[in-house]
Design a protein around this ligand. Structure first.
Ligand code: P6P
Length: 331
Protein backbone atom coordinates (compact mmCIF):
# COMPACT_ATOMS: atom_id res chain seq x y z
CA UNK A 1 0.00 0.00 0.00
CA UNK A 2 1.58 3.30 -1.04
CA UNK A 3 2.16 5.55 1.95
CA UNK A 4 1.13 9.21 1.72
CA UNK A 5 4.07 11.53 1.08
CA UNK A 6 4.84 14.13 3.71
CA UNK A 7 3.47 16.82 1.42
CA UNK A 8 0.15 14.99 1.13
CA UNK A 9 0.03 14.43 4.90
CA UNK A 10 0.83 18.02 5.82
CA UNK A 11 -2.20 19.71 4.22
CA UNK A 12 -1.36 23.40 3.84
CA UNK A 13 -3.31 25.75 6.13
CA UNK A 14 -3.87 28.23 3.31
CA UNK A 15 -3.49 32.01 3.11
CA UNK A 16 -4.57 33.79 6.28
CA UNK A 17 -6.40 37.12 6.09
CA UNK A 18 -3.39 38.80 7.68
CA UNK A 19 -1.02 37.48 5.02
CA UNK A 20 -3.46 38.38 2.25
CA UNK A 21 -3.81 41.94 3.58
CA UNK A 22 -0.03 42.36 3.87
CA UNK A 23 0.45 41.02 0.33
CA UNK A 24 -2.28 43.32 -1.01
CA UNK A 25 -0.78 46.30 0.80
CA UNK A 26 2.61 45.68 -0.81
CA UNK A 27 0.87 46.16 -4.17
CA UNK A 28 0.13 49.77 -3.14
CA UNK A 29 3.54 51.48 -2.78
CA UNK A 30 2.13 54.44 -0.89
CA UNK A 31 0.01 52.33 1.43
CA UNK A 32 1.05 53.10 4.97
CA UNK A 33 -0.79 50.29 6.70
CA UNK A 34 -3.73 52.12 8.23
CA UNK A 35 -6.32 50.53 5.93
CA UNK A 36 -4.74 47.12 6.53
CA UNK A 37 -5.05 47.65 10.27
CA UNK A 38 -8.65 48.81 9.87
CA UNK A 39 -9.53 45.62 7.98
CA UNK A 40 -7.93 43.59 10.78
CA UNK A 41 -10.02 45.51 13.34
CA UNK A 42 -13.20 44.63 11.42
CA UNK A 43 -12.14 40.98 11.26
CA UNK A 44 -11.54 40.99 15.03
CA UNK A 45 -15.04 42.36 15.65
CA UNK A 46 -16.40 39.63 13.37
CA UNK A 47 -14.61 36.92 15.35
CA UNK A 48 -16.01 38.23 18.63
CA UNK A 49 -19.56 38.58 17.28
CA UNK A 50 -19.29 35.11 15.79
CA UNK A 51 -18.48 33.78 19.26
CA UNK A 52 -21.43 35.66 20.79
CA UNK A 53 -23.83 34.36 18.12
CA UNK A 54 -22.64 30.78 18.51
CA UNK A 55 -23.31 30.78 22.24
CA UNK A 56 -26.39 33.05 22.14
CA UNK A 57 -28.85 30.30 23.02
CA UNK A 58 -26.72 29.27 25.97
CA UNK A 59 -26.25 32.60 27.72
CA UNK A 60 -29.67 34.17 27.23
CA UNK A 61 -28.74 36.78 24.63
CA UNK A 62 -31.24 35.75 21.99
CA UNK A 63 -34.53 37.59 21.55
CA UNK A 64 -35.65 41.17 21.88
CA UNK A 65 -33.96 43.74 24.07
CA UNK A 66 -37.20 45.60 24.72
CA UNK A 67 -35.83 48.71 23.00
CA UNK A 68 -36.18 50.30 19.56
CA UNK A 69 -33.40 51.57 17.29
CA UNK A 70 -33.38 54.84 15.38
CA UNK A 71 -35.40 53.08 12.67
CA UNK A 72 -38.16 52.36 15.17
CA UNK A 73 -37.39 48.64 14.89
CA UNK A 74 -37.30 46.32 17.88
CA UNK A 75 -33.67 45.76 18.81
CA UNK A 76 -32.48 42.25 19.47
CA UNK A 77 -30.00 41.71 22.28
CA UNK A 78 -27.40 40.67 19.70
CA UNK A 79 -27.98 43.89 17.72
CA UNK A 80 -26.81 45.82 20.78
CA UNK A 81 -23.90 43.49 21.43
CA UNK A 82 -22.72 43.57 17.81
CA UNK A 83 -22.94 47.36 17.77
CA UNK A 84 -20.85 47.65 20.94
CA UNK A 85 -18.28 45.11 19.70
CA UNK A 86 -17.74 46.90 16.39
CA UNK A 87 -17.51 50.34 18.01
CA UNK A 88 -15.02 49.04 20.59
CA UNK A 89 -12.85 47.25 17.99
CA UNK A 90 -12.75 50.32 15.73
CA UNK A 91 -12.09 52.69 18.63
CA UNK A 92 -9.26 50.55 19.98
CA UNK A 93 -7.80 50.01 16.49
CA UNK A 94 -7.22 53.76 16.18
CA UNK A 95 -7.65 54.10 12.39
CA UNK A 96 -11.27 55.34 12.39
CA UNK A 97 -12.26 58.84 13.47
CA UNK A 98 -16.03 58.27 13.34
CA UNK A 99 -18.66 55.57 12.82
CA UNK A 100 -22.21 55.62 11.45
CA UNK A 101 -24.25 52.69 12.73
CA UNK A 102 -27.77 51.55 11.92
CA UNK A 103 -28.27 51.31 15.67
CA UNK A 104 -27.39 54.95 16.40
CA UNK A 105 -29.14 58.21 15.39
CA UNK A 106 -25.97 60.23 14.89
CA UNK A 107 -22.33 59.53 14.10
CA UNK A 108 -20.14 58.15 16.87
CA UNK A 109 -16.87 60.06 17.35
CA UNK A 110 -14.17 57.59 18.37
CA UNK A 111 -11.74 60.16 19.75
CA UNK A 112 -9.21 59.08 17.13
CA UNK A 113 -9.25 62.41 15.29
CA UNK A 114 -5.91 61.45 13.71
CA UNK A 115 -7.75 58.58 11.98
CA UNK A 116 -7.92 58.83 8.18
CA UNK A 117 -11.09 56.74 7.78
CA UNK A 118 -14.77 56.61 8.65
CA UNK A 119 -16.94 53.48 8.68
CA UNK A 120 -20.67 53.13 8.02
CA UNK A 121 -22.08 49.83 9.23
CA UNK A 122 -25.04 47.62 9.93
CA UNK A 123 -23.59 45.71 12.88
CA UNK A 124 -26.01 42.82 12.58
CA UNK A 125 -28.52 42.64 9.73
CA UNK A 126 -31.37 40.17 9.73
CA UNK A 127 -31.22 39.85 13.49
CA UNK A 128 -34.87 38.77 13.71
CA UNK A 129 -33.53 35.47 12.34
CA UNK A 130 -31.19 34.93 15.27
CA UNK A 131 -33.72 32.99 17.35
CA UNK A 132 -34.42 30.56 14.50
CA UNK A 133 -30.81 29.90 13.50
CA UNK A 134 -30.95 31.47 10.03
CA UNK A 135 -27.77 33.07 8.64
CA UNK A 136 -27.28 36.73 9.55
CA UNK A 137 -24.57 39.26 8.71
CA UNK A 138 -22.61 42.41 9.47
CA UNK A 139 -22.16 44.94 6.64
CA UNK A 140 -19.50 47.66 6.45
CA UNK A 141 -18.48 50.53 4.19
CA UNK A 142 -15.18 52.46 4.47
CA UNK A 143 -14.41 56.01 3.29
CA UNK A 144 -11.30 58.17 3.53
CA UNK A 145 -12.40 61.22 5.53
CA UNK A 146 -12.77 64.57 3.73
CA UNK A 147 -12.60 66.70 6.90
CA UNK A 148 -9.14 67.85 8.10
CA UNK A 149 -7.03 65.30 9.97
CA UNK A 150 -6.92 65.88 13.76
CA UNK A 151 -10.25 67.72 13.62
CA UNK A 152 -13.66 66.17 14.31
CA UNK A 153 -15.45 64.13 11.63
CA UNK A 154 -18.69 65.48 10.23
CA UNK A 155 -21.70 64.50 8.12
CA UNK A 156 -19.73 65.33 4.95
CA UNK A 157 -17.39 62.41 5.65
CA UNK A 158 -20.35 60.03 5.35
CA UNK A 159 -22.32 61.62 2.52
CA UNK A 160 -19.59 61.30 -0.14
CA UNK A 161 -21.55 58.90 -2.33
CA UNK A 162 -21.19 55.22 -3.13
CA UNK A 163 -18.37 55.57 -5.63
CA UNK A 164 -16.17 57.21 -2.97
CA UNK A 165 -16.08 54.03 -0.88
CA UNK A 166 -12.49 52.78 -0.70
CA UNK A 167 -13.51 49.39 0.69
CA UNK A 168 -16.66 47.51 1.65
CA UNK A 169 -17.77 44.06 2.65
CA UNK A 170 -19.71 41.86 4.99
CA UNK A 171 -19.34 39.04 7.47
CA UNK A 172 -21.88 36.23 7.13
CA UNK A 173 -22.58 34.10 10.20
CA UNK A 174 -23.98 30.92 8.68
CA UNK A 175 -23.05 27.25 8.37
CA UNK A 176 -19.59 28.75 8.37
CA UNK A 177 -18.52 32.31 9.16
CA UNK A 178 -17.06 34.21 6.22
CA UNK A 179 -15.56 37.63 5.71
CA UNK A 180 -16.08 38.91 2.15
CA UNK A 181 -14.58 42.27 1.14
CA UNK A 182 -13.12 44.34 -1.64
CA UNK A 183 -10.73 47.29 -1.65
CA UNK A 184 -11.63 47.91 -5.28
CA UNK A 185 -9.53 45.24 -6.97
CA UNK A 186 -11.70 42.11 -6.95
CA UNK A 187 -13.74 40.46 -4.21
CA UNK A 188 -12.28 37.80 -1.92
CA UNK A 189 -13.85 35.54 0.69
CA UNK A 190 -12.24 34.21 3.86
CA UNK A 191 -13.69 31.35 5.90
CA UNK A 192 -13.18 31.38 9.66
CA UNK A 193 -11.22 28.38 10.96
CA UNK A 194 -12.31 28.06 14.59
CA UNK A 195 -9.43 25.74 15.44
CA UNK A 196 -6.89 28.38 14.38
CA UNK A 197 -8.95 31.49 15.17
CA UNK A 198 -8.06 32.72 11.70
CA UNK A 199 -9.91 33.76 8.55
CA UNK A 200 -8.46 31.66 5.69
CA UNK A 201 -8.73 32.60 2.00
CA UNK A 202 -11.35 30.23 0.61
CA UNK A 203 -13.02 32.16 -2.26
CA UNK A 204 -10.39 33.99 -4.35
CA UNK A 205 -11.53 36.67 -6.78
CA UNK A 206 -15.25 35.91 -6.60
CA UNK A 207 -17.19 36.51 -9.84
CA UNK A 208 -20.95 36.99 -9.90
CA UNK A 209 -22.34 34.87 -12.78
CA UNK A 210 -23.89 37.21 -15.35
CA UNK A 211 -27.00 35.04 -15.35
CA UNK A 212 -28.81 32.77 -12.94
CA UNK A 213 -32.17 31.26 -12.10
CA UNK A 214 -32.70 32.32 -8.50
CA UNK A 215 -34.87 35.27 -7.46
CA UNK A 216 -35.07 36.55 -3.91
CA UNK A 217 -38.07 38.73 -3.03
CA UNK A 218 -40.79 38.81 -0.39
CA UNK A 219 -43.80 37.86 -2.51
CA UNK A 220 -46.06 38.64 0.41
CA UNK A 221 -45.72 42.29 -0.59
CA UNK A 222 -46.38 41.50 -4.28
CA UNK A 223 -49.52 43.63 -4.61
CA UNK A 224 -47.79 46.75 -3.35
CA UNK A 225 -44.83 46.42 -5.72
CA UNK A 226 -44.47 48.64 -8.81
CA UNK A 227 -45.93 47.10 -11.98
CA UNK A 228 -42.49 46.48 -13.52
CA UNK A 229 -41.51 44.39 -10.50
CA UNK A 230 -44.76 42.40 -10.59
CA UNK A 231 -44.10 41.77 -14.29
CA UNK A 232 -40.57 40.58 -13.57
CA UNK A 233 -41.76 38.20 -10.83
CA UNK A 234 -44.26 36.69 -13.28
CA UNK A 235 -41.41 36.26 -15.80
CA UNK A 236 -39.36 34.41 -13.17
CA UNK A 237 -42.25 32.03 -12.57
CA UNK A 238 -42.77 31.50 -16.32
CA UNK A 239 -39.08 30.56 -16.58
CA UNK A 240 -39.40 28.22 -13.58
CA UNK A 241 -36.78 30.16 -11.63
CA UNK A 242 -36.15 29.06 -8.04
CA UNK A 243 -37.59 31.32 -5.36
CA UNK A 244 -35.05 31.63 -2.53
CA UNK A 245 -35.74 34.28 0.16
CA UNK A 246 -34.55 33.78 3.73
CA UNK A 247 -35.38 37.24 5.08
CA UNK A 248 -31.71 37.95 5.67
CA UNK A 249 -30.13 40.26 3.10
CA UNK A 250 -26.53 39.10 3.56
CA UNK A 251 -27.51 35.42 3.26
CA UNK A 252 -29.57 35.97 0.12
CA UNK A 253 -26.97 38.29 -1.42
CA UNK A 254 -24.08 35.89 -0.70
CA UNK A 255 -25.83 32.86 -2.21
CA UNK A 256 -26.85 34.82 -5.31
CA UNK A 257 -23.31 36.16 -5.78
CA UNK A 258 -21.86 32.63 -5.74
CA UNK A 259 -24.59 30.86 -7.73
CA UNK A 260 -26.10 33.62 -9.86
CA UNK A 261 -29.40 35.24 -9.01
CA UNK A 262 -31.10 38.49 -8.05
CA UNK A 263 -32.33 40.03 -4.79
CA UNK A 264 -35.13 42.55 -4.98
CA UNK A 265 -36.42 44.90 -2.30
CA UNK A 266 -38.68 47.35 -4.18
CA UNK A 267 -40.59 50.30 -2.82
CA UNK A 268 -43.82 49.24 -1.09
CA UNK A 269 -46.85 51.03 0.34
CA UNK A 270 -45.27 50.63 3.80
CA UNK A 271 -41.79 51.68 2.64
CA UNK A 272 -42.33 53.99 -0.39
CA UNK A 273 -38.57 54.64 -0.58
CA UNK A 274 -37.71 50.98 -0.06
CA UNK A 275 -36.77 49.31 3.23
CA UNK A 276 -33.00 48.93 2.96
CA UNK A 277 -30.64 51.72 4.01
CA UNK A 278 -28.46 53.33 1.42
CA UNK A 279 -25.28 54.11 3.35
CA UNK A 280 -24.67 50.85 5.23
CA UNK A 281 -26.62 48.21 3.30
CA UNK A 282 -27.14 49.23 -0.35
CA UNK A 283 -23.86 51.06 -1.03
CA UNK A 284 -21.50 48.41 0.42
CA UNK A 285 -23.28 45.48 -1.22
CA UNK A 286 -23.50 47.41 -4.50
CA UNK A 287 -19.72 47.97 -4.26
CA UNK A 288 -19.19 44.22 -3.80
CA UNK A 289 -21.69 43.38 -6.57
CA UNK A 290 -20.01 45.68 -9.12
CA UNK A 291 -16.46 44.63 -8.14
CA UNK A 292 -17.47 40.99 -8.74
CA UNK A 293 -19.09 41.66 -12.13
CA UNK A 294 -22.66 42.02 -10.93
CA UNK A 295 -24.97 45.04 -10.82
CA UNK A 296 -26.98 47.00 -8.27
CA UNK A 297 -29.79 49.33 -9.35
CA UNK A 298 -32.57 51.34 -7.70
CA UNK A 299 -34.87 51.33 -10.71
CA UNK A 300 -33.49 54.63 -12.02
CA UNK A 301 -29.74 54.07 -12.07
CA UNK A 302 -26.80 52.41 -10.33
CA UNK A 303 -27.10 52.36 -6.55
CA UNK A 304 -23.53 53.73 -6.35
CA UNK A 305 -24.58 56.86 -8.28
CA UNK A 306 -27.37 57.82 -5.87
CA UNK A 307 -26.51 61.15 -4.25
CA UNK A 308 -26.90 60.65 -0.48
CA UNK A 309 -29.00 63.18 1.48
CA UNK A 310 -29.11 61.79 5.02
CA UNK A 311 -27.55 59.12 7.24
CA UNK A 312 -30.45 56.67 7.38
CA UNK A 313 -32.13 57.18 4.04
CA UNK A 314 -33.58 54.15 2.32
CA UNK A 315 -33.56 52.96 -1.28
CA UNK A 316 -35.21 50.33 -3.44
CA UNK A 317 -32.59 47.81 -4.58
CA UNK A 318 -32.26 45.22 -7.36
CA UNK A 319 -28.88 43.52 -6.97
CA UNK A 320 -27.04 40.47 -8.28
CA UNK A 321 -26.39 38.96 -11.72
CA UNK A 322 -25.98 41.70 -14.33
CA UNK A 323 -28.37 40.17 -16.90
CA UNK A 324 -31.10 39.68 -14.29
CA UNK A 325 -30.80 43.24 -12.97
CA UNK A 326 -31.01 44.48 -16.57
CA UNK A 327 -34.14 42.37 -17.10
CA UNK A 328 -35.86 44.01 -14.12
CA UNK A 329 -34.97 47.63 -14.79
CA UNK A 330 -35.37 47.59 -18.59
CA UNK A 331 -38.70 45.77 -18.31
P1 P6P B 1 -39.12 41.65 4.91
C1 P6P B 1 -33.89 42.30 7.64
O1 P6P B 1 -34.74 43.07 8.48
C2 P6P B 1 -33.80 43.02 6.32
O2 P6P B 1 -33.26 44.29 6.52
C3 P6P B 1 -32.99 42.22 5.33
O3 P6P B 1 -31.96 41.51 5.93
C4 P6P B 1 -34.03 41.30 4.71
O4 P6P B 1 -33.70 40.90 3.38
C5 P6P B 1 -35.29 42.16 4.73
O5 P6P B 1 -35.11 43.12 5.76
C6 P6P B 1 -36.53 41.34 5.04
O6 P6P B 1 -37.63 42.24 5.00
O7 P6P B 1 -40.00 42.85 4.70
O8 P6P B 1 -39.16 40.70 3.71
O9 P6P B 1 -39.36 40.92 6.21
Amino acid sequence: MATKTEQELAVPVGVTLDRFIMHSQSAFPYATGELSQLLRDIALAGKIINREINRAGLIDIVGGNGTENVQGENQQKLDIIANIRFIRALKNGGEVCAILSEEEEDIIHTGNNHGKYVVAMDPLDGSSNIDVNVSIGSIFSIYRRVTPINGPASISDFLQGGRKQIAAGYIIYGSSTMLVYSTGDGVNGFTFDHSLGEFILSHKNIGTPSHGSIYSVNEGHYHSYPKFVQKYIEQCKSKSFSARYIGSLVGDFHRNMLKGGIYLYPSTNKDPKGKLRLLYECYPLAFIAEKSGGKAHDGFGSILDIVPQSFHQRSPIYIGSADLVDDVVTG
